[in-house]
Design a binder for this molecule. Structure first.
Ligand code: ATP
Ligand code: MG
Length: 404
């Protein structure tokens, strides 16, 4: 008998012949996250993964935070594994597992058995009745059975070995990182874009980020904020490559060349195009922004319509487009980016923001003005993109608690 961690994963199962590749990727990611802890191994076990410690006691406090933040994992169950298959042994073990979780009793419960080993001599219902009855009649006080809406559940999974556990811990879900190609996120230091990055990463997309830096109008600390955000996202993805693009001369050119109410529109177009130029070099398949319809002047439907055509060779994903600010804030808090995002450092848009930005621009006019008033812009964007700084932000906060 030993303590192990059963790892459940979701949608991978629907992925046909890709399934083994994606499962193996998930196993590799988890192995990587446990690499500095001696003795841990990860196995595939009939549609689940199993984490075991072959050299000593299982340290759940150390292991669980690393596994529940792994994209693709839907839940984990700390459980007891046994080779001994007699029903008397399972009754005794079920009792011990239940008692250690609910020592003071006074709770409704039921037993659920999953019998993957079809040769096991008792049916699933018979096992549940035997183990549940044993616990009910034990010295744990105030127990009652409720099969419809129990407060506690004891699970018995009969596989090559038998696993017994009480409940599970919900994990981050989604798909394993890298199983869905790569996208480039336009990441400011704000609340929205890190959430947009996380939302897309959660679908298995490998994300890299671009940040447009405008020194001396924006400070080193504003840049550090974006680095910290990328590092926070790396808790889930393992790593985020961040490109810092020096944007001051582009900002100044726009500032000097177009009417004040249109500055933000051209700035956003320049950002989108620069991100696209970067993505084309790195093999990204899409751009991602934190836009949410109607949130600010540059995010009205008209503005999005006028900005979008700046990147013509790949889709611009706006995963937050239909979300309310509060919903976005809730996610930011859960994934731990909120406290970083609200640090009060200016970003380049706030420095150059016009007093009365245009909210209903016309795409045809904007596109025409870009050609006439911003001659040479495309070459300038190519130059600043080539001057980008590359920062590899790695996951260093394994054990930090992340509320998934
Ligand atoms: P956020 O909270 O993500 O900063 P926001 O609500 O402040 O968004 P805007 O400042 O209009 O909205 O930015 C809209 C989107 O444009 C951002 O979500 C981000 O994708 C992109 N963006 C804005 N500024 C920058 C920047 N300096 N570097 C990279 N991307 C940026
Ligand atoms: Mg912003």
């Amino acid at each position: 008998m030993r303590n192990v961690l059963l790892v459940k994963y979701g949608e991978i199962a629907t992925r046909g012949s890709n399934r083994y590749l994606v499962e193996n990727r998930l196993i590799k990611t988890i192995i990587g996250r446990l690499a500095d802890l001696p003795g841990y191994r990860v196995y595939k076990e009939q549609g689940r993964l199993l984490v075991v410690n072959e050299e000593g006691e299982f340290d759940y406090d150390e292991v669980i935070p690393r596994v529940v933040t792994t994209l693709g994992v839907t839940a984990v169950c700390p459980c007891t594994e046994t080779e001994e298959r007699s029903i008397e042994h399972l009754q005794r073990l079920g009792y011990e597992v239940f008692k250690s979780k609910y020592p003071s009793g006074n709770i409704s419960f039921k037993a659920i058995t999953k019998r993957s080993d079809k040769k096991y001599p008792l049916t699933g219902n018979e096992v549940s009745a035997a183990v549940g009855g044993y616990i009910l009649n034990s010295d744990i006080e105030g127990l009652r059975v409720d099969v419809h809406d129990p407060q506690a559940v004891i699970y018995i999974e009969i596989r090559n070995s038998i696993y017994i556990y009480c409940g599970f811990i919900k994990a981050v879900g989604g798909l394993p990182t890298g199983s869905s190609g790569r996208a480039t996120v336009l990441m400011s230091g704000g609340i929205d874009s890190p959430v947009a990055a996380f939302t897309v990463a959660r679908r298995g997309v490998e994300i890299e980020a671009v940040y447009f830096d405008s020194p001396p109008y924006t400070s080193e600390r504003a840049k550090q904020k974006v680095i910290d955000l990328a590092q926070r996202l790396a808790v889930f993805t393992g790593g985020v490559k961040l490109f810092v693009i020096p944007f001051t001369e582009v900002q100044l050119k726009i500032y000097e060349s177009v009417p004040p109410e249109k500055i933000t529109l051209f700035l956003k177009r320049a950002m989108l195009r620069s991100a696209e130029l970067t993505a084309l070099e790195t093999g990204s398949l899409a751009l991602v922004t934190g836009d949410s319809i109607g949130q600010v002047a540059s995010q009205t439907m008209e503005a999005i319509n006028a900005i979008d055509s700046a990147a013509s060779s790949m889709p611009v994903l706006r995963p937050l487009c239909a979300m309310d600010k509060q919903d976005i804030v809730d996610i930011a808090r859960k994934i731990g980016t909120y406290d970083i995002s609200i640090r009060p450092y200016e970003d380049c848009c706030t420095v150059f923001v016009p007093k009365h930005p245009e909210t209903k621009p016309k795409k045809s006019i904007i596109e025409k003005m870009e050609k006439t008033k911003l001659e040479g812009l495309e070459d300038m964007l190519k130059t600043v993109v080539a001057r980008r700084e590359e920062i590899n932000c790695q996951n260093t906060v394994h054990t930090d608690s992340v509320n998934t």
